[in-house]
Design a protein around this ligand. Structure first.
Ligand code: NAD
Ligand code: DAU
Length: 338
C-alpha cells in the first residue's frame, strides 16, 4: 500500500482528484485527506469516496505541525500531494495574511514533516500565476522566471521556491506542477465560470472586470488531475511540469458563451472596475509533460464547458446552499462598489 497524504482534498480540484483519479482505479493507495474545511472545502464533494476502506478524512489545518506529525506517524505517510491553499486572487487582494499563512507556512510544515518522516515523494500543486503576466505573444515554459503579481500568486511562488530549496538542500524527492485555469463540476461559485452561470440563472448582472479582454488558458479539471497523477507516478525528482490544454480565451468570450448556452441576453453583461494588478494574459507551454511523460488533454473545451454548465443546472442544491451562506457577505464586499 502507498500511504498518501492529500491535503485540501475537499476543495474543487482535490475532491475531483480523490473521487475520479485515486479511488477509481487504485486499490493499492491508502489516502488520508487533511482539509481545514474553510469556506471553500465541502465534504459533499467527496460523497463518492465516503465509506471506502482506503480513504480517511481528517479535519485540520496544514499549519498545525503537531497534527501533521501525528498523521505522518499514525498513517505511516510516505507520499504527499499538497492541494491545500487559499486559492482566490480577489480574496487575496481583500486580505493577504491567510494566504501567506496557509500557502507558505502550511507548505513549510508539510515539508518539515515530510523530511522528518523521510517521505518518498512530495508533489506541490502550484499554478501558472507564479510566472506573472504575458503580453500578446509567448507562452510560459518551466524556464520562465517567476514574477508573481498578486498576494495569492506570490504566496504560491514562495511555496514553490521553498519546495525546490528542500530538494536542493536536503535532497528531498519533490516535484511541482504548474497548471492553468481549471473549470468543471464543484468549482466554488466565486470563480469566473460558476459565478457567471449562477448570476445568469438569476438574471443578475455579470460583472466583467476591465475590458473583458484578459486572457486565461482553460483546462478541464479531470485533464489537470490526470496530469498530476502521471507526475506523481513518473515525474522526475526536482522537476517542474507545466500543465495546460492550449485553450486561450478572453474572458468576455466565455461569458458570452455561457449566456448563449443558457439562452440569456448579453444585456446582462456589466463591465465593472478592473481587478487591481490584473494579469493580462496566461498561456501555458506543456511540451515537457507531453514529451517526457506522454500526457495530453483528452477533453475539448467545447464539450467539457457544456458538460460543466449542465452540471451547475442539475446541481442547484449544491451551489444554492453555498450562495445563501457566508458567500453573500463576500459577494457584497467584492462587488458592491465596482
Ligand atoms: P479550492 O479553494 O477550491 O480548495 C482549497 C481547499 O484547501 C479547500 O478544501 C480548503 O478547505 C482547503 N484548505 C484551505 N486552507 C487550508 C489549510 N490551512 N489546511 C488544510 N486545508 C486547507 O482550491 P482549488 O481550486 O481546488 O485549488 C487547489 C490547488 O490547486 C491550490 O493549491 C491552487 O493554488 C492550485 N491551482 C488551482 C487552479 C484553479 O484554476 N482553480 C489552477 C492551478 C492551480
Ligand atoms: O491560472 C491558474 C489560477 O486560475 C489559479 O491558480 C487560481 O487558484 C484560480 O483562482 C484562477 O485564477 P484567476 O484569477 O485567473 O481566476 P478567476 O476565476 O478569479 O478569474 C478568471 C478571469 O476572469 C480573470 O481574468 C478575472 C476575471 N473575472 C473574474 C471574476 C471572479 C471577471 O472578469 N469577473 C469576475 O467576477
Amino acid at each position: 500500500m502507498k500511504n498518501i497524504l492529500v491535503t485540501g482534498g475537499a476543495g474543487f480540484i482535490g475532491s475531483n482528484f480523490i473521487n475520479h483519479i485515486l479511488l477509481e482505479k487504485r486499490d493499492d493507495y491508502n489516502i488520508v485527506n487533511l482539509d481545514k474545511l474553510t469556506y471553500a472545502g465541502n465534504l459533499e464533494n467527496l460523497r463518492p469516496s465516503e465509506g471506502k476502506k482506503n480513504y480517511h478524512f481528517i479535519k485540520g489545518d496544514i499549519t498545525n505541525s503537531d497534527l501533521v506529525n501525528y498523521i505522518f506517524e499514525k498513517f505511516k505517510i510516505k507520499y504527499v500531494i499538497n492541494f491545500a491553499a487559499e486559492s482566490h486572487v480577489d480574496r487575496s487582494i481583500l486580505g493577504s495574511e491567510i494566504f501567506y499563512r496557509t500557502n507558505v507556512i502550511g507548505t513549510n510544515v508539510l515539508l518539515e514533516a515530510a523530511r522528518r518522516f523521510e517521505a518518498e515523494k512530495f508533489l506541490q500543486v502550484s499554478t501558472d500565476e507564479v510566472y506573472g503576466s504575458l503580453g500578446e505573444e509567448g507562452l510560459f515554459t518551466e524556464q520562465t522566471p517567476l514574477s508573481p503579481n498578486s498576494p495569492y500568486s506570490s504566496s504560491k511562488a514562495a511555496a514553490d521556491m521553498m519546495v525546490l530549496a528542500f530538494h536542493h538542500t536536503y535532497g528531498m524527492p519533490v516535484v511541482i506542477t504548474r497548471c492553468s485555469n481549471n473549470y468543471g463540476s464543484y468549482q466554488f461559485p466565486e470563480k469566473l465560470i460558476p459565478l457567471m452561470i449562477i448570476n445568469a440563472l438569476h438574471n443578475k448582472k455579470l460583472p466583467v472586470y476591465g475590458d473583458g479582454m484578459n486572457v486565461r488558458d482553460w483546462i478541464y479539471v479531470i485533464d489537470h488531475n490526470k496530469a498530476i497523477d502521471l507526475v506523481f507516478e513518473k515525474g522526475r525528482t526536482g522537476e517542474v511540469y507545466n500543465i495546460g490544454a492550449s485553450n486561450e480565451m478572453p474572458n468576455i468570450k466565455i461569458v458570452k458563451l455561457i449566456l448563449n448556452h443558457l439562452k440569456k441576453s448579453d444585456d446582462l453583461i456589466q463591465f465593472v472596475q478592473d481587478r487591481p494588478g490584473h494579469d493580462r494574459r496566461y498561456a501555458i507551454n506543456s511540451y515537457k509533460i507531453q514529451n517526457e511523460l506522454g500526457w495530453k488533454p483528452t477533453y475539448t473545451f467545447e464539450s467539457a464547458i457544456q458538460q460543466t454548465i449542465e452540471w451547475y443546472l442539475q446541481n442547484k442544491n449544491w451551489w444554492e446552499r453555498i450562495i445563501s451562506g457566508e458567500y453573500k457577505n463576500y459577494y457584497e464586499l467584492q462587488y458592491k462598489n465596482r
